[in-house]
Design a protein around this ligand. Structure first.
Ligand SMILES: CCCCCCCC(=O)SCCNC(=O)CCNC(=O)[C@H](O)C(C)(C)COP(=O)(O)OP(=O)(O)OC[C@H]1O[C@@H](n2cnc3c(N)ncnc32)[C@H](O)[C@@H]1OP(=O)(O)O
Length: 225
């Protein structure tokens, strides 16, 4: 698909978000179902038909979606917050660029379970990684995560509203450091997990090399502005 006009992009974003929500409901049902075997077989057939319908026009794996915005870095299929992503929880993130801060709100569903009833530790790290990188990027210091330290203080339960706060702490040349906390919305003083990251902005020439296969200018995600 070619580049969309702003109006077309808005319409398509709406449709992508609706499909994403329907698919998240489907994934939730798929990981919780206990229906009889014949129903599972029937569902498998229906899922394959749906795959064929969507596969009529597919992007290459490195291509950026027509609904994405390379200027701002908004990604509609982000596995963390993407409205179109069946695997995203999804987290809803609010940016406070003047304070180098961002706040994510999320209730993690069954599909991202680790120990029974608890959020998978890798998912906790992913949520923290996102707000860490995003707090820096919002303040104009886009970069890739070079190091990430996660401290798991308490079990994080599925189905509970959570708040994940990222805070940019310092910037030195291409390096930025940020810290993050994950808490339950109804108990914000108890830290469930915390993270610390070093984000390193790619040099411009390295960024063009790394993202050459996307065919787009992806400076929004990587360069220091
Ligand atoms: C909006 C939010 C989006 C969410 C995205 C979530 C964030 C992500 O998950 S990013 C994906 C995961 N991360 C990656 O793929 C990164 C892979 N690593 C790399 O590409 C490179 O190692 C990279 C870019 C980190 C550093 O490479 P490069 O720019 O060549 O580094 P280099 O020039 O050697 O170093 C730059 C500076 O950083 C420092 N540095 C680099 N890596 C490290 C490290 N691991 N530890 C400490 N310091 C480091 C160097 O010492 C140097 O410091 P100084 O400028 O003071 O000398």
């Amino acid at each position: 698909m070619g580049e969309l006009t702003p109006g077309e992009r808005e319409v398509r974003r709406g449709a992508v978000g609706e499909l994403g929500e329907a698919l998240r409901d489907l994934v939730d049902a798929a990981v919780r179902t206990e229906v009889p075997l014949d129903r599972l077989t029937e569902a498998t057939g229906a899922a394959r038909e749906l795959t064929a319908l969507l596969s009529a026009d597919l992007r290459e794996v490195h291509e950026i979606a027509s609904v994405d915005d390379p200027e701002t870095g908004e990604r509609w299929y982000s596995p963390v917050y993407g409205p179109g992503s069946p695997v995203a929880p999804p987290m809803v993130v609010e940016d406070f660029p003047d304070e180098g801060r961002c706040v994510g709100r999320v209730t993690v569903p069954k599909k991202l379970e680790g120990p029974p009833g608890l959020v998978h530790g890798g998912v906790v790290a992913t949520l923290l990684d996102h707000v860490l990188a995003r707090s820096a990027r919002g303040a104009g210091h886009g970069g890739l995560t070079a190091t990430l330290t996660v401290t798991y203080r308490r079990p994080v339960h599925l189905g509970v509203p959570l708040v994940v706060i990222g805070q940019l702490v310092s910037v030195e040349g291409r390096r930025a450091t940020a810290t993050a906390r994950l808490v339950a919305a109804d108990d914000p003083d108890t830290t469930l997990a915390e993270g610390e990251a070093l984000l390193v902005a790619l040099r411009a020439e390295r960024a063009s090399e790394v993202f050459a296969r996307t065919g787009r200018d992806v400076g929004a995600w990587t360069s220091r502005s």
